[in-house]
Design a protein around this ligand. Structure first.
Ligand code: UFG
Length: 341
């Protein structure tokens, strides 16, 4: 099959491109490179030894998108492209709503024009908001708590309406828990702009000496050691979930949401210890106040994905830490410089 991957130069996108190519699919990547680098695509080619087309374009550019569909024989779309920083979305809600919603609408309109109605969408566990019912099942009430989260939730609703209007559509909504780790080659990984918001890139940047210490956001939650608990999932497991979802959308119609998580939660201090084991040194940290908007505990019930997609996460927390560290230590500044070996 030939798959259009929007946002394919990003963290999860690039890992999914590797899995698609390894499985023998053709891909076409479209990315505006706002938050990613073409170097990640060069590395995808290096890992797989397969070449593919890349379109440097914004999904809001309908004419460009039409050309891609007219020229390439696309069978399905995996749609990663979107803005994703929670704090930024609070400051720039219109930018988030315009970019994430309008680009998805334009994409689906052009897909419809070309009769391509198979779509895998990057949603997020953020659509479960502040729920305290764990493990989180797909039927849990959906309540986003910030503009970024609302864009994910609104897109899910738009895609459900799209299917209601036209039953030929086949759509998987993949709700990711906390993607971490990197490809085992160390050639691709997470490359956040500026100071990381998320836990594991923050830890690896402390470990390489770019940041002085980890700030642990609160140790007075009702958890094993008082720190927040999350369902960390290896990005390669997550990428493989997209291939299973693709199989599903190619062989069925409808709209289905799936949790992609491991079903197991780890606290911040457990993750920190796992990194210390992987790296072989202690990582300085201090406890600070809770971060506004954080929940105590979040982990998936991943059984629906196991049952209906025949997918489950295989990699351990130690695998995630080893691979994240391998990526970080070989790419101190991410994709922004050549690898120093
Ligand atoms: N944490 C720290 N210090 C840090 C960063 C994080 O202690 O410097 C803690 C958080 O308080 C939380 C845990 O580490 O307990 C994980 O935090 P992340 O920021 O890595 O991840 P979140 O669970 O907050 O957010 C992730 C994605 C969001 C998504 C959200 C909802 O990053 O995009 O899950 O599922 F919206």
């Amino acid at each position: 099959m030939r798959i259009l991957v929007t946002g394919g130069a990003g963290f999860i996108g690039s890992h999914t491109c590797v899995e698609l190519l390894n499985a023998g699919h053709d891909i076409v990547v479209i990315d505006n490179l706002l938050n990613s680098h073409t170097e990640s695509l060069n590395r995808v080619r290096e890992i797989t030894d397969v070449s593919f087309d890349f379109e440097h374009a914004n999904l809001l550019d309908r004419d460009k998108l039409r050309i891609v569909f007219a020229e390439q024989n696309i069978d399905a779309v995996i749609h990663f492209a979107g803005l994703k920083a929670v704090a930024e979305s609070v400051g720039k809600p219109l930018y988030y709503y315009h970019n994430n919603l309008a680009s998805t609408i334009v994409l689906c309109e052009v897909m419809g024009e070309y009769g391509i109605k198979n779509l895998v969408f990057s949603s997020s566990a953020t659509v479960y908001g502040q729920t305290n019912q764990v493990p989180i099942k797909e039927e849990t009430n959906l309540v986003a708590t910030n503009p970024y989260g609302r864009t994910k939730l609104m897109i899910e609703e738009i895609l459900r309406d799209l299917y209601i209007s036209d039953n030929e559509w086949s759509i998987a909504l993949l709700r990711y828990f906390n993607p971490v780790g990197a490809h085992s080659s160390g050639l691709i990984g997470e490359d956040p702009n500026g100071i990381p918001n998320n836990l594991t890139p923050y830890i690896t940047q402390v470990a390489v000496g770019k940041l002085p210490e980890l700030k642990v956001f609160g140790n007075d939650y009702d958890t094993i050691d008082g720190t927040g608990v999350r369902d960390y999932i290896h990005v390669v497991d997550l990428a493989k979930g997209h291939l299973k979802a693709l199989d599903k959308v190619m062989n069925n119609t409808g709209v289905e949401a799936y949790n992609l998580g491991t079903g197991k939660g780890y606290s911040v201090l457990e993750v920190l210890s796992a990194f210390e084991r992987a790296i072989g040194k202690t990582i300085p940290y201090k406890i600070v106040d809770r971060r506004h908007g954080d929940v105590a505990v979040s982990y998936a019930d991943p059984l629906k994905a196991k049952r209906e997609l025949n997918w489950e996460a295989e990699k351990s927390l130690d695998d995630m830490c080893r691979d994240a560290w391998n990526w970080q230590k070989n790419n101190i500044n991410g994709f922004k410089e050549e690898v120093i070996k």
